[in-house]
Design a protein around this ligand. Structure first.
Ligand code: SF4
Length: 215
């Protein structure tokens, strides 16, 4: 068969390219973590604790986010405590421990914040429209992978119960956020929204007006 449009094996090549990217990023993460005396998992924990989020401050939530067991994450957090980068204090129920960065931990997080600089620089060189389309496409893939259980935690627009897909005619801003009540431009889709709430299995069948919370 003639591959007139060059699409034969396109999915395979796309998967290969993403896998290649993943290898590169893992290697970069190992290098930056080593430079700061951390393991890649400890680095991820420090960066996660530095980001504003109400759900990431317990060991179990961090473990779920990074697809490791709770004991593995507990070991990483214990190592960060020994390095005086993280502290634990009683959570609201007085039992589960809430995690926070120490001032030294916040300083390390600041130095680590540009660990993926080579990737962001490469992306910044792309035209705006390409970046917006790439973000949209990747978030759709992530949503599919979450539905099939490959990705466990994703606080992205495409996995949020307030996400209204394709509700506007503008191709640059076709989606809608029913919580914020605004159109969502492709370039403005969130990858880690603090207001994200997971979709229920039948979310797509719920009428839109019911997905809009009371003011
Ligand atoms: S609440 Fe946040 S994640 Fe959900 S659709 Fe709105 S902007 Fe996106």
């Amino acid at each position: 068969m003639t591959d007139t449009d060059g699409t034969a094996g396109l999915d395979r090549r796309l998967a290969d390219a993403l896998e290649r990217l993943g290898h590169g990023m893992r290697s970069l993460a190992q290098r930056t973590a080593r430079e700061h005396g951390l393991t890649p998992l400890q680095q991820q924990a420090v960066l996660a604790l530095a980001r504003e989020s109400r759900v990431r401050r317990e060991v179990a939530a961090l473990a779920q986010e990074f697809d490791v067991t709770t004991p593995t994450m507990s070991d990483a957090v214990a190592a960060l405590e020994r390095k005086e980068l993280v502290t634990r204090s009683p959570g609201s129920d007085g039992r589960r421990r809430s995690l926070a960065l120490t001032p030294a931990g916040a300083e390390v997080a600041l130095r680590l914040s540009s660990w993926d600089g080579p990737l962001t620089a490469a992306l910044a060189a792309l035209p705006d429209a390409d970046r917006a389309t790439t973000l949209h496409t990747l978030l759709r893939v992530i949503a599919d992978l979450q539905r099939t259980g490959v990705v466990s935690v994703a606080r992205t627009c495409t996995t949020c119960r307030f996400f209204g897909p394709d509700e506007h005619p503008d191709p640059a801003a076709p989606h809608h956020c029913h919580l914020l009540r605004i159109p969502l431009p492709l370039a403005g889709l969130r990858t880690d929204c603090p207001k994200h709430e997971p979709q229920t299995p039948d979310a797509s069948t719920v009428p839109r007006r019911q997905r809009t919370p009371a003011p």
